[in-house]
Design a protein around this ligand. Sequence first.
Ligand SMILES: *Cc1c(COP(=O)(O)O)cnc(C)c1O
Length: 429
Amino acid sequence: MRKQGKGTECVQAGYTPENGGPRQIPIIQSTTFKYDTSEHMGKLFDLEESGYFYTRLQNPTNDRVAAKICALEGGTAGMLTSSGQAANFYAVFNIANCGDHIVSSSTIYGGTYNLFHVTMRKMGVDFTFVAPDCTEEELAAAFRPNTKAVFGETIANPALTVLDIEKFARAAHAHGVPLIVDNTFATPVNCRPLEWGADIVTHSTTKYMDGHGAAVGGAIVDGGKFDWFAHADKFPGLTTPDDSYHGVVYAEKFGLEGAFITKCTAQLMRDFGSIQAPQNAFLLNLGLESLHVRMPRHCENALAVATFLKDHPKVSFVTYPGLAGDKYYELAQKYMPNGTCGVVSFGVKGGRAAAETFMKHLRLAAIETHVADARTCCLHPASATHRQMNDAELAAAGITANLVRLSCGLEDADDLIADVSQALDRVEM
Ligand SMILES: *Cc1c(COP(=O)(O)O)cnc(C)c1O
């Protein structure tokens, strides 16, 4: 069959109505599912047959939306989670247990850093953080015998560094472990990490995929290529019997294409229950239907704003990987030639007070702890997400006191530039 374009997949993948069936994905608002015999239900519990029995594990609405995201990423299996945090936790914990170790890029979302560095450490999983632009030697030196995966973000939030996916995939595979990439900021419209050697992709669907600031959610997609059996000693959870399912061996029964997601659903969803509400999956799907139309506009607006800011006398620096001259411009051109994301960060000359003055005078851009939705919003990390840090601590985290993170929405670029321009005019030099 002819491979469909990403736009067609955004609109149609994951659900084909039957004759006379609802055109829109139905919201299956039901916690449970009815069967005629206990024997049939027993087979579901033994993973002998596929089917739904309880929405804490799986729901048909979610599965159709997950199938769309899976098609968009070019994977073999996918699942939705209640949040991006849950997606990253599940993706890592599905293969790393107490006593194991993960190599992660240091420029990752603050929430993920906290999950790894604080909470998962309490669970006995250790992490080594490496700079995204480290050398191959530095990267190789971070591995240990108990390393189980490598983790990074395609475009990091909020640092806006671009991951050299091929370099990280090479290192992961040389050490017999998969590369997990959080593709939230680029979205599969701009980059498909699986095509560059990543093995598992995660998302906070809360951002561009939903795109309207309506529903928190996450997703995990497996590329289905990582050979768990070739490194069976590292991944006993996939290659040896699961006693909680009558001895099923996931990689044997569900193949390389289905093992990771089936295990993640059968064990982690069952035990932790971070399922996405079917209502939210429905809202997410509405967002996905226009993702391919919205992403180019986000990128176009961000590039226009970044270009304006670059030459502004009251701006000390601009970081945007889509802007020629940016430190990550070449990598962005390689991995995302059609565009990066809508988020730009920049410094207002005059330090913390100047940034605060600028923010106060914005009219269109709203001050929010959010990014990546239709409405332009901005944040001053030094007085919000990172306010507990002094200037020296901020510098160590790669954030300056005058840094503003601007998430360009879908409004007219001229209006966004006019807003930023008038707010900069209010800053005294
Ligand atoms: C927001 C975000 C997350 C966390 O997602 P939630 O849906 O807020 O739980 C993870 N990774 C990245 C890159 C994000 O931007």
